[in-house]
Write a protein that binds this ligand. Structure first.
Ligand code: ATP
Length: 267
């Protein structure tokens, strides 16, 4: 079966700095990955490669069976959904939610084509309903809360029925209730056998929905651990990646991480 991602020894160098250092990563269809690591580990850079927005300085990257460097990225990108804070910043504040979702069909930000058909409109409303934000359809993007913006962009990333969806910190700025709503939406997506593969960058293990199957732990541009989620997100691996003692708990499909209490650390 063709891998969703097959990266071999990918190195990215920018301004003399090595952002990714011989990263190898293979994700198969049906797997859902979380990418975890400290600030500056290279997580967003890896998503830039995975979204065909950045070419390796050395090494090879195959995305959905297409090799970066020998594929037309404009044909590849519509097969990949992507949400990030950088994309949110580029949305015009006066764009309505409905138009923002509709324009995803043409991979543009801001409505430019009036020729959307009934099926486009139906699908846009279905995406909004699926994420519980149908009442926001006629609001302008600039008036939404951070959590609402994130959910709108997730709905947008699903509009083209992509084979894989990349989520860069989708819960950043959300309160605990909005985060739990997002976790539920992601759990539903992950359990849909016809749904896209999911790859989520996250700073907080609490944001990982049940249904995520694999994890990639990055630190300083290198892979610390990669594989089935429960084998990767361990106290030992996280302590190594974050260079401090951390305790990971895993219960009913959810993870959390914290530093052990002072009393126990002193013993
Ligand atoms: N164009 C560039 N030139 C030089 N350094 C860069 C460039 N782009 C990113 N970096 C650096 O590369 C490192 C990795 O950045 P990246 O954004 O991928 O990390 P991250 O793991 O997503 O971090 P965070 O968790 O803080 O969002 C950081 O130290 C960043 O400052």
């Amino acid at each position: 079966m063709t891998a969703v991602f097959d990266l071999t020894d990918v190195t990215i160098v920018r301004s003399g700095k090595t952002l990714l250092d011989r990263v190898s990563w293979r994700a198969e269809p049906g797997e859902h990955w979380v990418i975890v690591g400290p600030n500056g580990a290279g997580k967003t850079t890896l998503l830039q490669v995975a979204s065909a927005n950045m070419h390796p300085t050395s090494g090879t990257a195959e995305i959905l069976g297409e090799r970066l460097g020998s594929v037309d990225v404009f044909e590849l990108r519509p097969r990949i959904g992507h949400t990030s804070a950088a994309i949110a910043e580029r949305v015009p504040a006066d764009e309505t939610v409905r138009n923002l979702i509709l324009s995803a069909a043409y991979a543009v930000l801001g409505r430019w084509n009036e020729e959307y058909d009934d099926e486009d409109h139906r699908r846009a409303m279905a995406m909004l309903a699926e994420l519980g934000i149908a009442p926001l359809a006629d609001r302008t993007f600039g008036t939404l809360s951070e959590g609402e913006k994130k959910r709108v962009l997730l709905a947008r990333s699903l509009m083209t029925d992509p084979e894989v969806v990349l989520l860069d910190e989708p819960a950043a700025g959300m309160d605990v209730g909005a985060r739990e709503d997002l976790v539920e939406s992601l759990e539903a997506l992950a359990s849909d056998e016809f749904g896209p593969s999911l790859v989520m960058v996250s700073h907080h293990l609490e944001e990982i929905a049940p249904g995520f199957t694999h994890a990639l732990l990055l630190s300083g541009g290198s892979v610390v651990a990669s594989g089935p989620i429960a084998q990767v997100l361990t106290s030992e691996n996280l302590s190594l990646a974050f260079r401090q003692r951390l305790e990971v708990t895993h219960d009913t499909g959810r993870f959390s991480a914290r530093r052990p209490p002072l009393r126990r650390r002193a013993n």
